[in-house]
Design a binder for this molecule. Structure first.
Ligand code: ATP
Ligand code: MG
Length: 278
């Protein structure tokens, strides 16, 4: 469980970029954090694994106060974070060494270490790339290596701060599948994203605006509030826009947030069968 208890944070001692945040994230929850640029998402995520400490209030990660230095090792090894730019995150020149770096620092030894590296590279779709030079990889491939490095530490909490921004659509979809899979195995996932189709798949969506939580609920509750989302400078999911357009034209469909489910309803409604084998 992660708790923000009246947390405020300032970088310069003057302007608070997080203001009195009160939040509880249950273990095993898959949470998406949305918000315009500068709304405080990255700052929030860095408070979870004690990269930053609150100026007011307390953050408890797995019930440990992040401000107490004796908790630091346990917090960092339990809450792994992947950021947007993989160049800042890779530490070794060979892929396998990079992925092994985190777990090795936790004291994991061979043969378990080797197994973890193999497993993590498999999960991110990079099996067979063990001996490749990290400098010779594309941005998206580097990002997968960074993710594998975190997965190999077997954290209980996984934080993705726009970690999919560099990936192509297929890479993003496959990472979402990985996230859902890890979530099903009990991992807590905090995903910061600008992609609504990713947010649609979470258990819970939290929206920040100027350092405060302004919306908090299920994807269906939050992502269908088109006017509010536009006001907050956020996208409205394509499926929600189209649902609304159809409703305005008198077609009685539910408001969907995922394209597949809208498509399914429309196909059923109009009795259309797609020949998927063609
Ligand atoms: N290292 C820093 N020093 C000073 N101010 C900072 C620093 N990092 C962020 N800020 C400021 O804190 C506020 C919140 O920034 P943060 O990076 O948390 O936003 P964000 O929601 O992650 O934005 P983005 O969508 O652009 O990543 C912004 O006003 C930003 O200018
Ligand atoms: Mg950010």
């Amino acid at each position: 469980m992660i708790t923000f208890d009246h947390v405020s944070f300032t970088y310069d001692g003057e302007q608070f970029v997080l203001k009195d945040i009160d939040l509880t994230i249950e273990a095993g929850q898959f949470v998406c954090v949305l918000g315009a640029n500068g709304s405080g998402k990255s700052t929030l995520s860095k408070l979870i694994n004690a990269l930053l400490l609150p100026d007011k209030g307390h953050v408890f990660t797995k019930d440990m106060d992040t401000a107490e230095s004796e908790n630091l090792f346990l917090i960092r090894s339990n809450a792994g974070a992947v950021f947007q730019n993989p160049d800042d995150q890779l530490v070794a020149s060979l892929v396998e060494n990079d992925v092994a770096f985190g777990p090795e620092n936790l004291g994991i030894e061979n043969p378990e270490l080797r197994d973890r590296v193999t497993e993590a590279l498999h999960i991110v779709g990079l099996s067979g790339s063990e001996k490749r030079e990290t400098t010779a990889l594309s941005g998206g491939q580097k990002q997968r290596v960074a993710i594998a490095g975190i997965l190999a530490m077997h954290p209980e909490i996984l934080i993705f701060d726009e970690a999919t921004a560099m990936l192509d659509p297929r890479g993003r979809r496959s990472l979402m599948r990985v996230c859902k899979d890890l979530h099903q195995r009990g991992m807590t996932i905090i995903m910061i994203t600008h992609f609504m189709e990713e947010a649609a798949q979470a258990d819970r969506v939290i929206v920040l605006d100027e350092g405060s939580v302004v919306l908090d609920g299920t994807p269906d509750e939050i992502l269908t509030q088109d006017e509010k989302l536009r006001e907050l400078n956020l996208d409205v999911p394509f499926a929600a826009q189209l649902s609304r357009m159809l409703q305005d034209r008198g077609i009685d469909v539910a408001t969907h947030i995922e394209t597949e489910s809208l498509q399914k309803e429309l196909l059923e409604r109009f009795n259309i069968t797609l020949n998927t084998e063609a």
